[in-house]
Design a protein around this ligand. Sequence first.
Ligand SMILES: Cc1ncc(COP(=O)(O)O)c(C=O)c1O
Length: 375
Amino acid sequence: MTNLFPNYARKDFEIVEGVGSYLTDDQDRRYLDFTSGIGVVNLGYGNEAVEDALIRQAKRLMHTPNLYQNQLQETVAHVLGKENYSAYFCNSGAEAIEAAIKLARKTTNRSKIITFVQSFHGRTYGAMSATGQAAVHQGFAPLVPDFVYVDYNDRDGIDQQMDQNTAAVIVEVIQGEGGIILAEKEWLQEIEKRCRETGSLLIIDEIQTGMGRTGSLYAFQQMDIEPDIFTLAKGLGNGFPVGAMLGKQELGKHFGPGSHGTTFGGNKMAMAVAAEVVRQIDQSEFLEDVQKKGTYLLEALKKIDSSKIKEVRGRGLMIGIELQQEFSVEDIIKDLEKAGLLTLKAGQNVLRLLPPLTISMKEIDEGIEKIKKVF
Ligand SMILES: Cc1ncc(COP(=O)(O)O)c(C=O)c1O
């Protein structure tokens, strides 16, 4: 008997403790974690400085409404957006996307928004409408109007759809939920160029790729593009719920008092945690280490000789192993779980690996051994 809605397909065990890259369940089984709580706990479990930041702030003051100045929000906004971007804080990824959609429509006074087949942007009405997956829309019509879905990495699709009525393009640098599908750099640059020509805004969804996941603070920094807006959540709070929309400072005039808001957005505890998270991640040594470990893991996985594997791909510590059609990723996930390794599904048949960015080489080797054995 459960008193919860069955909207999540839950496993039959509960995770009750975490230390570093390891989790323990309610039956005292220990797992190496290659999920980071779906790209959230980038700094590992029990990160002392993050926990201390939260506890210190919780004891001092948990919440003030956005009726007052908020120095913690100013601090986090500056470390995230430097001199170029202003920030709006919220509580989740979907909310960050909602804010981006509203800001884009209001700024351009246009309605059409281009997103991509297999994209994922969240479950609220706007974010769901932006999501290019029929399965996510199922049963929820009518969606928010004027979203069109173009094939990912398709130049012609962009050319055909982008016009003077296009408010924005929303794109992930790597489609995470969609199956670890990497955007081509030239294609993203082409989208940026077309946005400039048509006066549309370029919105990059960094909710899964951001906060160091791909080896730079934001994945778009490796693409030589400059979004008008980008969205963050997941790793920004290392487990504390927080989201953010960053937009070019000049967009501020379209987002005046009363235009948008949320009670908990930029909550004191969320901001205290986020400030510490960014402090740890936004350091060249840390990010180079993520690149090094990501390359090592990717290369090791590519060497696995298995008839089940179609392709191994990824960037930084965001890696997908696409299986041949006749094999089930669910079965592999179950076998890995029995072997003491937690992993994720993405797309139709992709095993998704998102280990904590703080994982050690020894732990990566342990994960590789388990994956090898199961394959
Ligand atoms: C790229 C991307 N955008 C948006 C979201 C939605 O975030 P949330 O679940 O916090 O609403 C997700 C969540 O998986 C995501 O991966």
